[in-house]
Write a protein that binds this ligand. Structure first.
Ligand SMILES: O=C(CO)COP(=O)(O)O
Length: 258
């Protein structure tokens, strides 16, 4: 039995303005009880423009919900128009930051080198990366899901010391399962997540590999979360669309009841 605390994180993507964010987090806070937080770590990843409002609410009401950003600049400051830095996110008391989401890899040409630089920037400023990896449909159909994903893991973690690597969260998100309603079969997801853990053991040690939380992401809903969470190497979910519905996200957090 693993001692890893499951992490259920809602990636809101480019949805909910700061007023909607407050209402949404209030709904989650009202529904979730101490027993939920005892069993599962719960986090939301709102757009940058919502973070200050979410911080104020979480601080003011002493909520146990964690929050983080959806991206981080590899730079600390300077002439990088439109970018948001690690020091800015740290000042907002973000716990997490998603890095290398497939939508950033696809629409913003983020490579494993960029992901690696962002992972290091996150650690430099005390943020925990949720590093996203996963294959496109053609890669899976060619039978290369595991090697493709492991290459992303290795590239993203390059030269990262073990003391940092052991706290990272890795989200395995097969691109073809994101926002499509096509959930990856639990056995297929487990196969890749187990391979990721094996890669961590090879790069670092079994001890580090045993500590890292590996999430599954891609069309997770209350109806499929229990089957996914039953797998030995899956320690949580990175939830997109279903995290925008507070009732549904609460059910996902309570996956043990589904
Ligand atoms: O990309 C995702 C989370 O980061 C998954 O999105 P969906 O849950 O909407 O498929």
């Amino acid at each position: 039995m693993s001692t890893r605390t499951p992490l259920m994180a809602g990636n809101w993507k480019m949805n909910l303005n700061h007023l909607e964010a407050i209402a949404h987090v209030q709904k989650l806070a009202f529904a979730l009880a101490d027993k939920d937080y005892d069993a599962v770590e719960v986090a939301v990843l709102p757009p940058f423009t919502d973070l200050r409002s979410v911080q104020t609410l979480v601080d003011g009401d002493k909520l146990k919900i964690k929050y983080g950003a959806q991206d981080i600049s590899a730079q600390d400051s300077g002439a990088y128009t439109g970018e948001i830095s690690g020091p800015m996110l740290a000042k907002l008391k973000c716990t997490y930051v998603a890095i290398g989401h497939s939508e950033r890899r696809q629409y913003h040409a983020e490579t494993d080198e960029i992901v690696n630089a962002k992972v290091k920037a996150a650690y430099k400023h005390g943020l925990t990366p949720i590093m996203c990896v996963g294959e496109e449909l053609d890669v899976r159909e060619a039978g290369n899901a595991v090697p493709h994903t492991l290459a992303q893991v290795e590239g993203g973690l390059k030269d990262l010391p073990a003391e940092q690597a052991e706290t990272i969260v890795i989200a395995y998100e097969p691109v073809w399962a994101i926002g499509t309603g096509k959930v990856c079969g639990a056995d297929d997801a487990q196969e890749v997540c187990a391979a990721i853990r094996g890669k961590l053991a090879e790069l670092y040690s079994q001890d580090v590999a045993d500590k890292v939380r590996i999430q599954y992401g891609g069309s997770v809903k209350s109806g499929n979360v229990a089957e996914i969470m039953a797998k030995a190497d899956i320690d949580g979910a990175l939830v997109g669309g279903a995290s925008l519905d507070a009732d549904e996200f609460v059910k996902i957090v309570r996956f043990r009841d589904q």
